[in-house]
Ligand binder design. Sequence first.
Ligand SMILES: [Zn+2]
Ligand SMILES: [Zn+2]
Length: 187
Amino acid sequence: MRSFTKLDLQYAHRFYGFKGEAQYLHGHTGVLTIEVEDTVNMGVNMVFPCNEIQKTAWDVLKNFDHALVLREDDPLLPAVLGVYEQQGIKDGAPTNSMRGEAFKTELAIAYPECRLVVTKETMTVEGMIKIVYDLLKDKLNIAKLTFTSGVNGASQEYDTKNQNKDRCPLCGIELQNGVCPKCGYRH
Ligand SMILES: [Zn+2]
Ligand SMILES: [Zn+2]
């Protein structure tokens, strides 16, 4: 069975080199749906608590929220960084407190201190799904990702490894050596 949850991400980007209006900087509310698959334990009756999926995903993905997403070869990148530098906000500002874990993958690098994500490819909805899967595949047993942004949407299904893990009957999270790391329940 699957548990799924949704996250909203507000971001600005553009399609550098494209011919349409998307070559201009603009913003979106993107909605990411993460479906996680596993077996359901007797007495627990959930695959995964959705608030735990949200927390695990949000730790990394909040780097995309109220962020600017630019391709690595976009000339806007040095221009924007130059302005941030002049303003003294490139390396952070006291009011920028919602920073995620910095990350660097083949496809994207996050700079949480200035709310910037630099991508290798244009950040289309398909591109976002590739980036998100890369960031979360070792943390969640992802069965499907869906990302919508305005009229655009994309989804991808993945092969999962159902591990039939023992889960805490009190909070649903995975037991570590028979003990719940969250509430201390013992099997
Ligand atoms: Zn767009
Ligand atoms: Zn527990």
